[in-house]
Each structure stands twice: as structure tokens, then as C-alpha cells.
Ligand binder design. Structure first.
Ligand SMILES: [Zn+2]
Length: 67
């Protein structure tokens, strides 16, 4: 369990992903998360940009597979 500080005016969503390039845990603002989820629902994928500039393609968790 994480006990991160929360601020209602600056909420972020933990995407449970780490940047492939720098390893930073990816968080997005709530409005951005809504857009990401909408994109996932429409296309099954969405793109997040890390603070380092690395684009991360995320895919719908319902379709997550291992090779
Ligand atoms: Zn990064």
C-alpha cells in the first residue's frame, strides 16, 4: 500500500507503468487520464509522454498478453 500525499487540486493517476528509457514511474493528471482511457477504449492503445520525452505506448489491460 502506498501512502502518497494527496492533493485534491492536483490529483494524478498512477498508470502502473515505468518509462522504458529512464525508469520513471508514469503518472498523469486526471483530465489526461480520462483522455488516455477514452483512447484505450476507442483504439485499444494510447500514448503517454514521459518527463524525459520518451513516448510510451500503452495498451488496454484487458488485452494484455505475454509472449
Ligand atoms: Zn522517461
Amino acid at each position: 500500500m502506498s501512502t502518497e500525499k494527496r492533493c485534491s487540486s492536483d490529483e494524478v493517476v498512477d498508470m502502473e507503468l515505468h518509462c522504458v528509457r529512464c525508469g520513471t514511474r508514469l503518472y498523469v493528471s486526471v483530465p489526461q487520464a480520462d483522455a488516455v482511457i477514452a483512447s484505450l477504449e476507442r483504439t485499444g492503445a494510447a500514448i503517454l509522454i514521459c518527463v524525459c520525452g520518451q513516448a510510451q505506448i500503452i495498451r488496454c489491460k484487458l488485452q494484455r498478453r505475454n509472449d
